[in-house]
Design a protein. Structure first.
Length: 253
C-alpha cells in the first residue's frame, strides 16, 4: 500500500531529522542527544519513563557507532573511561528504577531539569575558555550523570562532559571518552527499563530517532576535532531552554 508507506515516512521524517541533528551535536560535544530527543518526546505527550526508555534504546546503537568513531580518531582517554563508566552504570540503574516509580508525576520536574541544563550549556558557551588540568572529581560525576540521564532521559553528557571540562580536562579526550562510556550506560539503562516496564514502553518515534542518529553517529569523532565547541554549546543551550520551557508551559496549562 503506497499510501501507507508514504504516510509512515512522513510521520517518521521529523524524528529522523531530530535524531540526525541531535547526534551530530552529541558526537561533536559529548552531550545533547538524550536531552534533545527526550524533550521532543515529552513535549508531544510521551510520559517521562517511556521517553527515557526509547531514547536509551536508540542510544545503544548511536553511542556504539559514535564510540567506534572516537576510538578510531584516538579521542578516548581509557584511564578516564574506567573511572566514569562503572559509577555511571550504577547511577543509571538507580535512576531508571526511580523514574519507573514516578511515571507522569515526574514530567514537570524532568522538564525543569532540562531547562536548567540548557541554561548551563548556554552559560558555558558564552563563557567558554579552557586551561588544561587533570580532573580530580570523576567518579561522583559518573554516578550523578548516570542517575540523571536515566531519570531525565538525558544528562550524562551535559553533567559529565561539562564538569570535566570545568576541571580542565582536554576537550577532545573528554568528548570521546564520555561518548564511548555512554554506550555501556545506555545498554544497562535499556535493560533496566525492559525489566521494569516491558517492551511496551518503547515508542514508535524511536524508529525515526534511530535512523537519523545512526546516520550521523560516525561523524562524531571527526566533528570533535573540527567544530568550535563554543558555537555548539550556545545553540544547544538555546534549543533546550526553548523546547523544555514550552513543555513546562503545556504541562502546567
Amino acid at each position: 500500500m503506497p499510501e501507507l508507506d508514504t504516510a509512515t515516512l512522513t510521520a517518521l521524517l521529523p524524528f529522523i531529522l531530530v535524531g540526525f541533528a541531535a547526534q551530530l551535536v552529541d558526537g561533536a560535544l559529548g552531550m545533547a542527544f538524550g536531552v534533545i530527543s527526550s524533550t521532543l518526546l515529552i513535549t508531544i505527550g510521551v510520559n517521562p519513563a517511556a521517553a527515557s526508555a526509547s531514547v536509551h534504546a536508540v542510544e545503544v546503537f548511536t553511542t556504539g557507532a559514535s564510540g567506534i568513531s572516537h576510538t578510531l580518531h584516538k579521542n578516548v582517554n581509557w584511564k578516564l573511561f574506567r573511572r566514569i563508566v562503572i559509577p555511571g552504570v550504577i547511577g543509571g540503574v538507580l535512576g531508571a528504577y526511580v523514574l519507573t516509580l514516578a511515571m507522569d508525576r515526574a514530567r514537570p520536574f524532568v522538564l525543569a531539569y532540562l531547562v536548567c541544563i540548557g541554561l548551563y550549556l548556554l552559560w558555558r558557551g558564552l563563557r567558554y575558555g579552557h586551561k588544561e588540568r587533570r580532573p580530580r572529581i570523576v567518579e561522583p560525576l559518573g554516578f550523578i550523570g548516570g542517575f540523571l540521564d536515566a531519570a531525565g532521559g538525558g544528562g550524562w553528557g551535559p553533567v559529565v562532559t561539562s564538569n570535566l571540562l570545568v576541571q580542565g580536562a582536554h576537550p577532545r579526550k573528554v568528548i570521546g571518552t564520555v561518548n564511548t562510556a555512554e554506550f555501556f550506560l545506555s545498554v544497562t539503562i535499556s535493560a533496566t527499563f525492559i525489566a521494569t516496564l516491558g517492551f511496551e514502553a518503547f515508542t514508535v518515534a524511536m524508529a525515526g530517532l534511530l535512523i537519523g542518529g545512526i546516520a550521523a553517529a560516525p561523524l562524531g569523532g571527526l566533528m570533535a576535532k573540527r567544530i568550535p565547541a563554543r558555537i555548539l554549546l550556545v545553540l544547544v543551550g538555546v534549543v533546550l531552554v526553548l523546547t523544555s520551557g514550552y513543555g513546562i508551559w503545556r504541562a502546567l496549562a
